[in-house]
Design a protein around this ligand. Structure first.
Ligand code: GLN
Length: 351
């Protein structure tokens, strides 16, 4: 049953996002992405019992872009284990843009994290040795609970024709011995992964799967090992919004990953998943509507990882129950001893 309170909150979040979208710009460095409508906006929430709340363009398809870094990382961890993956890619936030190679060139022999391009191209180079790109597609369909996800050929070709920067990163990785075989194949795997066509609804599904530590809310099946979901969420929180991750964590407090196609994937731990589509971007390449939308939802629905209001309430209730039990017990003892007592108002007389 639709909950009107949640729907009202969603409407207000949408209005705030739509206002912010007026100040954003769609990505054009991949020409095909420039065709998106900057006014598009869709928000979907998916709860652990499978209930969804949606508003706007929630079933419009768009390319996953950097959100694919989340599924690639999860699958690389599953196939290769954390030791191998993190020997090649670090897990530290980066202060540079998503397609920067400054830190990699000057400061480190390991990409800073798997959420920026240098890290994700490295993950692709590991993954391509173990699985085919179609296996990654199948896995993405599974964890997004969306069998209709496919590659967007037009966006894939458009990016392949305009990828000098990623190609530079690929060859820099090779020059440092981080990619040892097939730079072009790694770039192709990475670009194909970015071109998977998803919806905000599918991202909300993936969000709740992550929020519930890998469990499919509809079937109860464990789709992803628990520990992998935990690692992925942690890296989303610290690195998912690139060089805007710190401020985003403070203001929103929900592990989130963005993509230049306009998508946002959020996993509010133990609570719910959120998928957003809004192709108007801010200067860091993140969906510009996302920040006001998620800030509002986080505040209204207590979604921040650090919001303990519900736990505090539960503790208070438990304390009150304990107190009631103790009062009853002392009355019982006193009565047993034949002492006449006056019952406090909040304790009902035993029958
Ligand atoms: N395919 C894009 C790129 O490599 C993904 C970037 C993004 O979504 N931030 O540039």
């Amino acid at each position: 049953m639709p909950n009107t309170k949640v729907n009202k909150i969603l409407e207000e979040a949408y209005a705030r996002g739509a206002e912010a979208a007026k100040n954003g710009k769609v990505a054009t460095y991949i020409p095909e992405l420039g065709k998106a409508d900057p006014a598009d906006l869709g928000i979907c929430l998916c709860l652990p019992d499978g209930t969804r709340y949606e508003i706007g363009d929630t079933d419009k398809r768009f390319t996953m872009q950097s959100i694919s870094k989340v599924v690639s990382l999860a699958l690389a961890l599953e196939h290769c284990g954390p030791k191998e993956v993190f020997s090649k890619v670090n897990m530290e936030p980066s202060a540079e843009a998503f397609d920067s190679f400054v830190e990699l060139d000057l400061r480190s022999n390991r990409p800073y994290n798997p959420m920026i391009n240098s890290g994700a191209i490295t993950v692709a180079s590991i993954l391509k040795e173990k699985i085919t790109i179609n296996a990654l597609l199948e896995y993405t369909r599974k964890v997004c609970l969306d069998p209709d996800i496919d590659f967007n050929e037009a966006v894939y070709k458009s990016e392949k024709d305009h990828m000098s920067r990623n190609r530079s990163i690929g060859y820099l990785l090779e020059s440092k011995g981080i990619i040892t075989t097939g730079v072009e194949e790694s770039l192709d795997f990475y670009t194909r992964a970015c071109s998977m066509n998803v919806t905000a609804r599918g991202l909300a599904n993936l969000g709740v799967v992550l929020a519930m530590d890998g469990i499919d809310p509809f079937t109860g099946e464990q789709l992803m090992p628990r520990r992998i979901a935990e690692v992925v969420k942690t890296i989303m929180l610290t690195c998912g919004m690139y060089d805007g991750s710190g401020e985003f964590a403070v203001m929103v407090g929900i592990p989130t990953k963005s993509g230049v196609g306009g998508g946002l994937l959020s996993a509010s731990d133990d609570r719910l998943g959120i998928g957003i589509y809004g192709p108007a971007l801010d200067e860091k390449g993140n969906c510009i509507a996302g920040r006001p939308v998620l800030e509002y939802l986080s505040e209204q629905l207590e979604l921040s990882l650090f919001d303990k209001a519900d736990i505090v309430d539960a503790l208070r209730k438990a304390e009150a129950n304990e107190r009631k039990k103790a009062e009853k017990e002392s009355l019982r003892v006193l009565r047993h001893r034949g002492v006449k007592t006056f019952l406090p108002f909040n304790v009902k007389k035993d029958k």
